[in-house]
Design a protein around this ligand. Structure first.
Ligand SMILES: NC(=O)c1ccc[n+]([C@@H]2O[C@H](COP(=O)([O-])OP(=O)(O)OC[C@H]3O[C@@H](n4cnc5c(N)ncnc54)[C@H](OP(=O)(O)O)[C@@H]3O)[C@@H](O)[C@H]2O)c1
Length: 248
């Protein structure tokens, strides 16, 4: 028997990497999935694959840094599938660099996507979840949300520490409404994430880590699936998951 039959999941950042793998994993367990990101062609391909496997999916083009688009995403999920039971706040960027190089546009983008985008989508989803008196927020942080290292850079780590603090605040604010909150903190995962780094020193700093046997996006999707398929009394609050050989 599938475990998420009748559930509706919205996944941001679903056009690649962890979000894409999570959409496929939740759909395979019977959830109707709304897959959101900016690259429409990738979303349409993903929806085609999910539907081809007998699942239900909807592509929603959405820039999470635009508050009205983030709210529109949640509205679209409700209009199409009737509710929002799970929101996976996964959209993120990791533009690593040391401070002192004038890359303020990149810091702003990281805070806008990783923190403000998460808040906008969450704000809209909470309204729907409170009305139905149930829901599950899954916020994708990072090992960098637990530990600051020179490799992960202070600003990226700052955005992910903010995700951790906001998530714990949400957990306490929402427990009486039966809304669960899970923070997932991956170590290195093989995705497109590092491809957008512009700072050469930061890129080189990551080199050693990426030569290890790092995680696959499906490994994180499996962790998310575990958290969202527990009985209602169980709130899995935090999952830290590193490649076996990752030292920090
Ligand atoms: N890979 C790792 O090693 C690792 C480790 C720890 C944590 N994480 C976290 O995992 C999450 C997913 O990253 P990933 O590794 O799967 O990387 P990825 O393949 O680059 O995926 C990032 C996703 O975010 C979306 N995105 C970026 N800006 C957006 C915006 N403004 N609005 C909507 N969507 C946006 C991208 O889609 P579009 O470009 O199509 O919009 C893409 O689907 C991130 O939060 C990241 O910080 C990753």
């Amino acid at each position: 028997m599938v475990k998420l039959d009748g559930k509706v999941a919205v996944i941001t950042g679903a056009s690649s990497g962890i979000g894409e793998a999570t959409a496929e994993a939740l759909a395979a367990e019977g959830a109707a999935v709304v897959v959101a990101a900016r690259r429409e062609d990738r979303l349409v391909d993903l929806v085609g694959r999910i539907e081809g496997n007998g699942g239900r999916a909807l592509a929603a083009v959405c820039d999470v840094t635009d508050e009205s688009q983030a709210h529109g995403l949640i509205r679209k999920a409700q209009e199409t599938f009737g509710s929002v039971d799970i929101l996976v706040n996964n959209a993120g960027v990791m533009l690593l660099s040391a401070v002192g190089k004038g890359l303020s546009d990149e810091w702003r983008r990281m805070f806008d996507v990783n923190v403000m985008g998460l808040l906008y989508a969450t704000d809209a989803a909470i309204d729907a979840m409170k009305r139905q008196q149930s829901g599950h927020l899954v916020n994708i942080s990072s090992v960098a949300g637990r530990k600051v290292s020179r490799t992960s850079s202070g600003v990226y780590a700052g955005t992910k520490h903010a995700v951790g603090a906001i998530s714990e605040g949400l957990r306490q604010e929402l427990l009486e409404d039966n809304i669960r909150v899970t923070i997932v903190e991956p170590g290195a995962v093989a995705t497109e994430l590092p491809d957008h780094i512009t700072d050469e020193d930061a890129r080189e700093g990551l080199g050693g880590l990426l030569q290890l046997e790092i995680l696959q996006a499906e490994d994180i999707a499996n962790a998310i699936l575990y958290a969202v398929t527990q009985p209602p009394r169980v709130s899995v609050n935090e999952i830290l998951i590193r490649p076996t050989q990752q030292p920090v």
